[in-house]
Each structure stands twice: as C-alpha cells, then as structure tokens.
Ligand binder design. Structure first.
Ligand code: CP
Length: 310
C-alpha cells in the first residue's frame, strides 16, 4: 500500500486493492501459513461506538496472525469519560500497540488520530464518513462471485449517512463498474461524494426506484435506513418500507445476482432472502477475517519481517 494508515478508500489504488485481496485469497486458502507470523505484535482496538463485526473480526484476524489485542473498552469504561481528548488517547495507546483500529462517531476522527501517531491507524468507521476495511471485504466478496470488472452494481438505502457506501463507491471507481444509487430523495449521496465520483469519470446513475434497474444488476448492496435520522417516525416507516426487498422482489433480478449488506440489518432484507442463492451477507461478514488478516499483515510488515514504508 502507498500509505501506512488506512483512513479512506479514496487513498486506495487498484494495485493496492488487488494486493490485499490477493493476499486475502492466500490467507483463506492456507490460514496456517499466516499463524504466528506477527507473534509479539499488539493491535489496539479503540471503539468509541458500538460494533460487532468490525471489532470482533479485527480481534480474530490479529490473533490468527499471531498478534495480541488490547481493547480500550467502551467510552464509559475508559478515560475518555473523564474528558481525555482523542489526540491524547491515541498518543498514549501508540506506546502500547503496533497498530490502532479506531471507530469514532465524528467524521475526520481517524484523520486527526493519524496526525498524532506513528503507528498505522485503520479507520473502522468515522461518523458518516468512511469505513475502508469494510470496503476491502466487500470487494473480496464481489470479486469471488463476479470478478471486479464489467459489472453493474446497485447500492440501495441510506446513501447520505452510510459510510460503507461512501467507501465502496470510491473504491469501485478503480474498476470498470457501472454504479446505480437507489434511495429516497432525502437520503441521496452527499454532494461531496457525488462530486468526487464525477471527478473520476465514474459511470454513475441515481434512482428512487429499484425496479428501474434491478434486472441489470450483478450485485445489489443493501444498507440500513437509519431510523434515528428521521424526525418523523411515520416518514421513516414509509421510506423504509419502499426500500425493503424480499425473495419475490428478486424474481426480477438476474439468476446470479449477489445480494450484499454490511450488516446489521433491521428489516430491509426479509428473512426469506437468506435461503436464496442470492444471499451473500453472512459470508461477506465472515470474509472480514481473511481480509483483515491480509490487511494487518500488510500494515505490520511483510513476510520477511520488513515494515511497510512509512
Ligand atoms: N459492518 C459493520 O461495520 O458492522 P459493525 O458495526 O457490527 O462493526
């Protein structure tokens, strides 16, 4: 990778992505070859917001490459509760760990943290900003089904606040992918993300109706519509109902359509989709382990014990 920190998917080139995903394939094929590779290394898990998948899969990934983990604990049980700044917190933790995984409710938090420390920082979600390690596992999941070129991908749901969407959309500009964004008008992609996509020359279209585009899609990436974003609960229920899929909805999709979701889901994908050949979201979550093993292996240093350039 060109940079030691992983803060945003926009920093990733096609070569960067393919290098991590190639390594993830190797890891998945022969995990034993990576065991103990980073014995003695310590990964700090600093989660200022709840997480199941990201935190636990980084924890597992670190342990499977021989590293140990330390966990800051929630905000309530750390000195953040006493008013310690993020900058001070990470400056202290870099003395305990070889890399820091940071989730924070504020957009830009990982960028700020990276300015204060020399160890690699991985942005595990910063508010409505970015979630680039999620993107790597999303791309791995897509690649294993379809490859990453000459694809039509629909991304549906809360595109305004969905950080997984912002990262995925940026990363897909490295590939020959037609991107269709499907959302209510009020939850369209932020102007800044649309601007960046247009600057890259990405093939992008926006829709309010999934039916318009479903038959063309190779991948449908569904995201949760966040109830807390709606001042009026009735409006939330109206919007959420319109962007819910079930097995019947997918009758109009391609036979090999892949349905993904970063999870957690609420009810935007009905349970009857789980049993279809389209559902890939649990496998996607499981892919977090080999992909994060590959990422940590890259950030902590190569197999000769050489550190990545900083
Ligand atoms: N996909 C994802 O970020 O899930 P968590 O919030 O559980 O980490």
């Amino acid at each position: 990778m060109r940079q030691d920190h992983l803060i945003t998917a926009t920093q990733l080139s096609r070569d960067d992505i393919e290098a991590v995903l190639d390594r993830a394939r190797e890891v998945a094929a022969d995990p034993a070859a990576y065991m103990d590779r980073h014995a003695g290394a310590v990964l700090a898990l600093c989660f200022f917001e709840p997480s199941t998948r990201t935190k636990m899969s980084f924890d597992t990934a670190a342990k499977r490459i021989g590293a140990d983990t330390i966990d800051m604990g929630g905000v309530e049980s750390s000195s953040v509760k006493k008013g310690e700044s993020l900058a001070d917190t990470v400056r202290v933790i870099e003395g305990y760990a070889d890399a820091i995984v940071l989730r924070h409710p504020s957009e830009g938090a990982a960028t700020l943290a990276a300015e204060f420390v020399d160890v690699p920082v991985v942005n595990a979600g910063d508010g409505a900003g970015q979630h680039p390690s999620q993107t790597l596992l999303d791309l791995h999941t897509i690649r294993e089904d379809h490859g990453l070129d000459d694809l039509t991908i629909g991304i549906m749901g809360d595109l305004k606040y969905g950080r997984t969407v912002h990262s995925l959309a940026a990363a897909l500009t490295n590939f020959d992918v037609r991107q269709h964004f499907i959302s209510p008008e009020s939850l369209r992609l932020p102007r800044s993300v649309r601007f960046d996509l247009h600057e890259t020359g990405a093939q992008v279209r926006e829709h309010t109706d999934l039916e318009e585009v479903l038959p063309e899609l190779d991948v449908l990436y569904v995201t949760r519509i966040q109830k807390e974003r709606f001042p009026d609960e009735n409006e939330y229920h109206r919007v959420a109902g319109e962007y819910r899929i079930d097995a019947d909805t997918l009758e109009d999709g391609k036979e090999d359509l892949t349905v993904m979701h970063p999870l957690p889901r609420v009810d935007e994908i009905a349970a009857d989709v789980d049993a279809t050949d389209h559902a890939r979201y649990f496998e996607q979550a499981h892919n977090g382990v080999p992909v994060r093993m590959a990422l940590l292996d890259t950030l902590l240093g190569d197999d000769e014990g050489t550190e990545v350039d900083r």
